[in-house]
Design a protein around this ligand. Structure first.
Ligand code: GLC
Length: 590
């Protein structure tokens, strides 16, 4: 079977109301995002230029040449906006300014122009579901009367019970605990409750309010005017809540508080159904979100060039996620179903097939992703031996902790498999160094609100956010000139440092660099998947144009098909492919 990453006639309506089939035009060669490899920078952990232990924009600018040398096409910056940093910047107090921790707007402009000079596109994060409680809008809402326009920008409700002492409904926060907080009025009496799907410091905005929509159009234009190439849209499945905010009890095995449910090894965002026709939680994946993205699509279309919207939408199944990327909505959506697929050939073949066909049905490219700042790094995750729900993290007391060597071997094999696929791929800073999750962080160092809101029951996401190593011998491994680091770096990270891997045959960095160069030279992003069978149940093998990718997910070595080996994720001797290893072969001529 051959599945191509090329736009096909759109089978699905581009609006919810009028099911008129449309045809997606053949992509202009400038639609860079269809095949791009996008590198996620988590600013506080990338490079610190001023020695305060927190990464910053000038630090990023200095190191951009490394990313150009790696061969990625674009960078996505997690939030660097004005913020009290209660959720590492995903609590925004001013959407149009830079937090002094990270620099200034001038620093952003310099970063962007250097990136563009190096041929790297720049995508910024936008956080529309909620603001920080320190945002002037929320402060005005608190200072204004019930029922005022200021309160109407957020989701304030009266409590239930005789004195309004019971939360308006039973929803739980993704980070644990209730999703509602009661305010105290200026005269000291208890007041209304406000909704926060995440931390108490992240009040949800009311997207049924046209005023909110207008503000965000302006915010998009602010950054588009500065020249950004697009936006990664945070919680793009959460902005509209079901009318009446009905109670919701997740199905057994799942939890609204974030422990998720599991279907065939895939852990799901709480309350997200894996079946099209099953109801999802009243705060996720509501149909009303699509109108917002059609509106945003038009804002981006006002600008020259190919500006993009990438959805962070934890939505399953893939056929439903595809609605986020219909031709008049977003351009890309993170493929979290792929990220959560276990290291099993059967599961991988299935998710690859389903991804390409679901996205192609709306004319969009599939995306692929293995790690980000919210999940256990794949160099550890792929060797876990116990269930680990998304967001829970791992720490010293977690069951089924990974074997580090096996994890790295699988991660390298998984990355080599991913980078051979058609479509667009995301790489999270540090995965190109083979970084594992940091498991042994001291409790007192942890900062993720998940850790606090669950009283340490869930470790949360700090373990994947530890500042990355640049230079084996420098203080803080070259992350910071002072040796400071906002999360402590492990003592054994010297071998992962970038300088220690540059030009070293067999290093993870060189594996990524070679894979990206081959991917680029052979235009794999615009290619197709033709399955190759007969190599055994544990093998994922396909041809994508001039490259044949063979990944052995099992532990038993197999005989490779004939062909010159162009890339190998591990040691190969002769034509034997060991377990947990991927090779790229030159496709045999027919
Ligand atoms: C997204 C971000 C995550 C953040 C949450 C709330 O899932 O990726 O880091 O905590 O939204 O903004």
């Amino acid at each position: 079977m051959t599945i191509a990453n090329a736009p096909e006639p759109v089978a699905e309506s581009s609006t919810d109301a009028a099911p008129t089939p449309q045809t997606q035009p053949t992509p202009a060669p400038t639609e860079w995002w269809r095949s791009a490899v996008i590198y996620q920078i988590y600013p506080r952990s990338f490079a610190d230029s001023n020695g305060d232990g927190i990464g910053d924009l000038p630090g990023i600018t200095d190191r951009l040449p490394h990313l150009a040398a790696l061969g990625v096409d674009a960078i996505w910056l997690s939030p660097f906006y004005t913020s009290p940093q209660k959720d590492a910047g995903y609590d925004v107090a001013d959407y149009c300014n830079v937090d002094p921790l990270f620099g200034t707007l001038d620093d952003f402009d310099q970063l962007q122009s250097k990136a563009h000079e190096l041929g790297l596109r720049v995508i910024v994060d936008i956080v529309p579901n909620h603001s920080s409680d320190a945002h002037a809008w929320f402060q005005a809402a608190l200072a204004s009367a019930e029922g005022s326009p200021e309160r109407g920008r957020y989701i304030f409700r009266d409590g239930k019970g005789e004195n309004g002492e019971i939360a308006p409904n039973n929803w739980e926060s993704v980070f644990g605990g209730p999703a509602w907080t009661r305010i105290t009025n200026e005269d000291g009496t208890p007041g209304q409750w406000y909704l926060h799907l995440f931390d108490t410091s992240q009040p949800d905005l009311d997207w049924t309010n046209p005023w909110v929509r207008e503000q965000f159009r302006d915010i998009l234009r602010f950054w588009l005017d500065r020249g950004v190439d697009g936006f990664r849209v945070d919680v793009a499945h959460g902005m509209i809540k079901a009318a009446g905010l009905p109670d919701f009890t997740p199905k057994p095995g799942g939890s609204m508080g974030g422990s998720g449910s599991s279907v065939e090894g895939v852990s799901l965002e709480p309350g997200i159904s894996d079946h099209e026709d099953e109801p999802t939680a009243p705060f996720w994946a509501q149909d009303g979100v699509h109108e917002i993205y059609r509106d945003w699509h038009e804002v981006l279309a006002e600008y020259e060039g190919d500006r993009v919207l990438c959805a962070e939408a934890w939505v399953e199944p893939l056929t439903k996620l595809a609605r986020w990327v219909r031709p008049d909505e977003m351009h890309q959506a993170f493929n979290f179903t792929y990220l959560e697929t276990p290291w099993s050939a059967q599961a991988l073949r299935r998710v690859i097939d389903e991804s390409i066909s679901a996205f192609a049905s709306v004319g969009a490219p599939s995306t692929w992703v293995l790690s980000n700042h919210d999940v256990v790094r794949h160099a550890s995750r792929l060797a876990l031996t116990a269930e680990n729900p998304q967001g829970a993290g791992i720490g010293p007391k977690s069951p089924g902790l990974p074997d580090a060597e096996l994890g790295l071997q699988r991660a390298r094999a998984a990355s080599a498999l991913m980078l051979g696929l058609p479509g667009s791929a995301y790489v999270y800073q540090g995965e190109e160094l083979g970084l594992p999750e940091v498991i042994h962080l001291p409790d007192e160092a942890r900062q993720d609100p998940t850790w606090f809101r669950t009283n340490g029951e869930r470790y949360g996401r700090d373990g994947c956010r530890v500042p990355i190593p640049w230079d084996a011998d420098a203080p803080a491994y070259g992350f910071s000139p002072s040796g400071e680091s906002w999360l402590p770096q492990p003592a054994d990270w010297a071998p992962f440092a970038r300088e220690a891997q540059i030009g070293v045959e067999g290093s993870t960095l060189e594996l990524y660099r070679e894979a990206l160069a081959l991917r680029h030279d052979h235009d794999l992003g615009f290619g197709s998947v033709t399955w190759m069978t007969g190599l055994g149940e544990a093998v994922v093998a396909f041809t994508n144009g001039a490259i044949t990718v063979v990944a052995n997910t099992g532990s038993v070595a197999i005989e490779l098909p004939a062909g010159e080996i162009l890339l190998a994720s591990g040691d190969i001797s002769g034509s034997i492919l060991p377990g947990d290893t991927t090779v790229w072969l030159a496709t045999a001529a027919h």
